[in-house]
Design a protein around this ligand. Structure first.
Ligand SMILES: *Cc1c(COP(=O)(O)O)cnc(C)c1O
Length: 391
């Protein structure tokens, strides 16, 4: 007799800002029996994971690998390896995750300059040029897809701009990879990090990172040791290199998951995957418009994979989300920071970006809003989304 029930949670549809549902094939891959982390078969699997990551990040960067921890560890890895005490760094903050970059950059002992935009807005190249000219930083950090606001930051030209000033560009691609284009080489990104549980259709647990040759040179020129042992890329390189020196026990099952997740991304094709996210975004948007829910991010700068909407007056944030969860098993996210209590965030990422998900969510939202007293035209949101699919 056990005092504890066996694990049997009610199924959920995970439509918040993450984690998103993992692809069923990924979950199957995770139940594969373990290999030793230095087993030749596992080493070959890791080579394939790195190779597939390069294809998904659109880079030839040799140093492209999954860090054994979640997306935040990728952020920390990029910043602690590139920054030393006294270095100058500019962080572009326009939401919650920009704030995290400020915190981590500050802990390295670097001199942090912050430029800001109101939540929901994005930076212009002119604003960034001005700060690069004024500060001449070693590193500039920016979030590509700001999950807290649903805003898309254009970064296509940013790498070139940074390199005019000898600045390294660090990009948070946690919510963008696998959903919208991330072109490391073409966009001249020096360090990027992502996660497994958003656009890649895997559970949380790994953080893919990639460093350009320019970033590696900067690491080689360091005068001080990286403050953090576990995330010191110099040590991790020895594990990945020919020496295969023991660094830490790679999380075997998570790497199985990432292997299958990346394989599925490449099988679908990057262009097709981005187009799928775009299509389901348009359908959801048509439905949300029909429900009368306005977006928090400025028009023209909205992410297809995160829809952040402002709640109508009188609709209680917590009550509404609780109802969605209890009646329909659907999880969505609340607002963060400036938008706490005022917004909902809906993620359609990776495996969850599908018509069936969009239609079920809209039908459920309509009921919840109606029960909470909002005036919504019955059936209109599902019809609007169907209209997009039919077109
Ligand atoms: C989710 C997220 C992170 C943090 O990733 P974790 O996997 O939760 O550690 C960082 N940046 C952005 C933009 C995110 O959306």
């Amino acid at each position: 007799m056990s005092l504890y029930p066996s694990l049997n949670p009610t199924p959920r549809l995970l439509l918040g800002p993450g984690p998103s549902d993992a692809h069923p094939a990924v979950l199957r891959a995770m139940s594969t029996p373990l290999l030793g982390h230095l087993d030749p078969q596992f080493l070959e699997l890791m080579n394939q994971v790195q190779d597939m990551l390069r294809r998904v990040f659109l880079t030839t960067n040799a140093l492209t690998l999954p860090i054994s921890a979640t997306g935040m560890a990728g952020m920390e890895t990029c910043l602690v390896n590139l920054l030393e005490p006294g270095d100058k760094v500019v962080v572009c903050a326009k939401g919650f995750f920009g704030g995290r970059m400020i915190d981590i950059a500050g802990r390295t002992g670097a001199e942090v300059t912050v430029i800001e935009r109101p939540w929901g807005e994005v930076f212009s190249m002119d604003q960034i040029r001005e700060v690069l000219q004024r500060v001449r930083p070693k590193v500039l950090g920016i979030v590509h897809a700001e999950t807290s606001t649903g805003a898309y930051q254009p970064i296509e030209e940013l790498g070139k701009l940074c390199h005019e000033f000898d600045t390294l560009l660090v990009v948070d691609a946690v919510t963008s990879l696998g959903c919208v284009p991330v072109r490391i080489d073409e966009w001249e990104i020096d360090a990027a990090f992502s996660c497994t549980q958003k656009g890649l259709g895997c559970p949380p647990g790994l953080s893919p990172v990639s460093f350009s040759p320019r970033a590696l040179e900067a690491m080689d020129r360091r005068k001080t040791q990286v403050q953090c042992w576990y995330l010191d890329i110099g040590n991790i390189r020895k594990y990945l290199g020919a020496e295969r020196l023991y660094h830490h026990t790679a999380p075997i099952s998570m790497n199985y998951a990432l292997h299958e997740g990346l394989r599925l991304v490449l099988e679908e094709g990057l262009e097709a995957r981005w187009a799928r996210h775009q299509k389901n975004c348009l359908a959801l948007k048509a439905g949300l418009d029909a429900l009368g829910l306005p977006y928090t991010a400025a028009e023209g700068h909205r992410l297809p994979q995160i829809h952040a909407i402002r709640l109508p007056a009188g609709i209680d944030d917590v009550k509404g989300r609780k109802m969605l969860l209890e009646l329909f098993g659907i999880e969505i996210g609340g607002g963060l920071g400036d938008l706490k209590g005022k917004a909902w965030r809906i993620g359609l990422m990776g495996y969850n970006s599908r018509p069936a998900v969009v239609l079920v969510l809209l039908a459920a939202l309509e009921q919840v809003l109606t029960r909470l007293g909002a005036k919504v035209s019955q059936g209109a949101s599902v019809a609007a989304a169907n209209g997009v699919y039919a077109a």
